[in-house]
Design a protein around this ligand. Sequence first.
Ligand SMILES: [Zn+2]
Ligand SMILES: [Zn+2]
Length: 148
Amino acid sequence: MGNRCESCGVFVSLETAEPEITNLELDEYDEDMQEIHFHGEMRLVRTCAECGDEMKEANIEFEGGPIDLAEHIDLCGDCPTVQQELWDNLEIEAGETEADERGEGSGRYMKTFIIGKLNWEISCPDCDFTAEGTIEAEEQASYFEDLY
Ligand SMILES: [Zn+2]
Ligand SMILES: [Zn+2]
């Protein structure tokens, strides 16, 4: 056990870099089109606390929603995006990301989970409708894959 950094030549502690969002997409609309979900994937990287070299990674899929679209209908019942019925113009964008961690259990049975947080925003290009929130995805630290 332990994390030996090749560059530093010693065992080092790890830090988690800001999550990298590798995919973020709106799902297909539900049949009644009252709400929408989204999905994506983020890459979490643990780096050497001394030199910053990437040492371990995990690619985690996440799913968000439902996001209520009733407000969109109220706000712009006749904006082209609503009128299209398929509403395929709505856009989702990734905002700020943040890494965090949490422990579960105690002593030698303590498990560490690395958490990636993403602020997302959905907007309509045809009106002022926006919805935003934060989604979290996590992976147990011991399941990260070595990068060397
Ligand atoms: Zn290092
Ligand atoms: Zn709209």
